[in-house]
Design a protein around this ligand. Structure first.
Ligand SMILES: [Zn+2]
Length: 152
């Protein structure tokens, strides 16, 4: 059995167990995997930090904000202060130490990936389709964790 972190087309993150990677592919292709939040069958494996590390490159990984900030809220226990402050710390560091390229994220990430511009850490927004296209092109991207308090 293997546990995958999954991401639906609306940006909801959840986890599920599968027999193996092929079982995930088959179930996903058959529309059998549903997002527990919005029930969509458009589900893909979420991109996690270890996947970027395994690319074998030393490049800084571009960072990606999920398209719908409210999407991840359901999974975070609002009472877990320790987790909240940890995520807040990570977010603060990411946002302070990376350039905000906003909606230009996909093209900037691509330029960095292909060495067209000097490497630098960036963050910004991309749609689910854009994110998936980047992943398929081998560009390492990483979702930034979000907190309920930021919806205000
Ligand atoms: Zn969903």
């Amino acid at each position: 059995m293997i546990k995958f972190a999954l991401l639906c087309a609306s940006g909801h993150e959840f986890e599920s167990w599968f027999q193996n990677g092929a079982a995930f592919d088959m179930q996903a292709a058959g529309g059998l995997i549903r997002c527990p939040v919005c029930q969509t069958a458009r589900v893909t494996k979420a991109i996690m930090a270890p996947a970027i590390a395994s690319s074998g490159r030393e490049k800084p990984s571009p960072l990606l904000s999920p398209p719908e900030p409210s999407a991840n809220v359901a999974l975070l226990d609002a009472g877990d202060k320790e987790l909240r402050s940890m995520i807040e710390g990570i977010r603060k560091r990411i946002l302070e130490q990376t350039d905000d390229v906003g909606m230009h994220f996909p093209e900037e990430a691509r330029k960095i990936h292909h060495g067209l511009v000097p490497e630098r850490p960036i963050h910004g927004q991309a749609s689910f389709e854009e994110a998936r296209a980047l992943i398929e092109e081998g560009v390492g991207i990483l979702p930034i964790p979000l907190l309920p308090s930021e919806q205000n």
